[in-house]
Design a protein around this ligand. Structure first.
Ligand code: OAD
Length: 293
């Protein structure tokens, strides 16, 4: 090996060492910032925490998310639907509700089968400690409710399957066992008054978000003193835009498998913190810390 080669080798080695050192420093910084938040919660320095949830919060319960490999949109692609969003498109539903009802059985959460995850339990613990201002969820599985969060603490931004209504005559019905059976048979649930298709109260693309979302989100996000975002690709608006509705100095924490959303993790002295990984693993540690105190 020539002297030049040796020199280049040494330089490359040093660069690798520097990179590793930077990763270690970043990790230590993230840990310190996160500890500050959890300690702040314990000390009630943060009293108006908002948690934003996405499908990632429920994957460990056995409910697939939408956009991960093997997720719902991949499953729909395998079934010949290239644009998974079409299944939840209001205009398409009005034209042909059979597409939605072909897959509705796959989407309808069977609460007897799915249990709240550690992530849901962490959110419940925040409420037990009296620091949860609100949980905003995009999920339609109602696992927040089953974890024991009171109704007034949750905003179901994308609705749920609890009720169905007629787009033509306004007829409304709670989800009945008969309707569930129709859905399992992949048949269209019809309005008893005018025989048109009933639509679930799940928010479809092209539809407005629930009144409660609009009434609460502005004042809540202004009041929020700590924002924790868990398990979402933050691809769907207006929900994704909520992260920008907190005041400029409010810490924003994202727990997700990969970086998402409108954050500035790499900016110097950023208020944004990214914890990469499985949300249940992260929430388990936080839950244990909160339970110890
Ligand atoms: P997505 O499937 O778009 O994103 C889920 C995110 O969670 C991805 O970034 C995953 O990597 C991450 N993830 C999955 N499991 C995880 C885990 N165990 N730990 C940590 N991260 C995990 O789901 P949403 O963002 O919720 O809307 O999707 C938003 C909306 O798009 C849905 O509400 C639905 C869909 O179209 C409507 O139907 C109106």
């Amino acid at each position: 090996m020539s002297e030049d080669d040796l020199f280049n080798d040494r330089i490359e080695h040093l660069i690798d060492e520097l990179k590793e050192l930077k990763i270690d420093i970043n990790k230590a910084k993230t840990k310190r910032q996160t500890d500050n938040i959890i300690n702040g919660i314990i000390a009630k320095k943060f009293e108006n925490v908002i948690v934003m949830l996405g499908a990632g919060a429920s994957t460990s319960a056995g409910i697939p998310d939408f956009r991960s490999p093997g997720g719902l949109y991949d499953q729909l692609r395998d079934a010949g639907i290239n644009q998974g969003e079409t299944v939840f498109d209001l205009k398409y539903f009005q034209k042909d509700p059979s597409l939605f009802y072909r897959f509705a059985a796959m989407l309808l959460p069977d609460i007897t089968k799915f249990q709240p995850t550690i992530t849901h339990k962490f959110v419940k613990k925040l409420n037990d400690r009296g620091v949860l201002l609100r949980c905003y969820t995009q999920n339609i599985d109602s696992l927040e409710m089953h974890a024991g969060l009171p109704e007034e603490k949750v905003v179901y931004a994308h609705g749920n399957f609890n009720s169905f209504y007629c787009l033509k005559c306004g007829y409304k019905s709670e989800l009945t066992d008969e309707m569930k059976a129709t859905i399992q048979d992949k048949k269209i649930v019809k309005c008893p008054k005018d025989d048109s298709a009933l639509k679930p109260s799940v928010v479809f693309f092209g539809e407005n978000l629930p009144k409660r979302y609009h009434e609460l989100s502005k004042p809540d996000f202004q009041k929020c003193d700590c924002l924790i975002v868990i398990g979402t690709s933050l691809k769907v608006y207006p929900f994704a835009g909520l992260v920008n509705d907190v005041k400029l100095y409010i810490p924003r924490l994202l727990v997700n498998r990969e970086e998402t959303g409108d954050f500035e993790f790499r900016k110097k002295n950023s208020r944004d913190i990214f914890i990469q990984g499985n949300c249940d693993d992260v929430c388990k540690k936080w839950l244990e810390t909160l339970e110890l105190e």
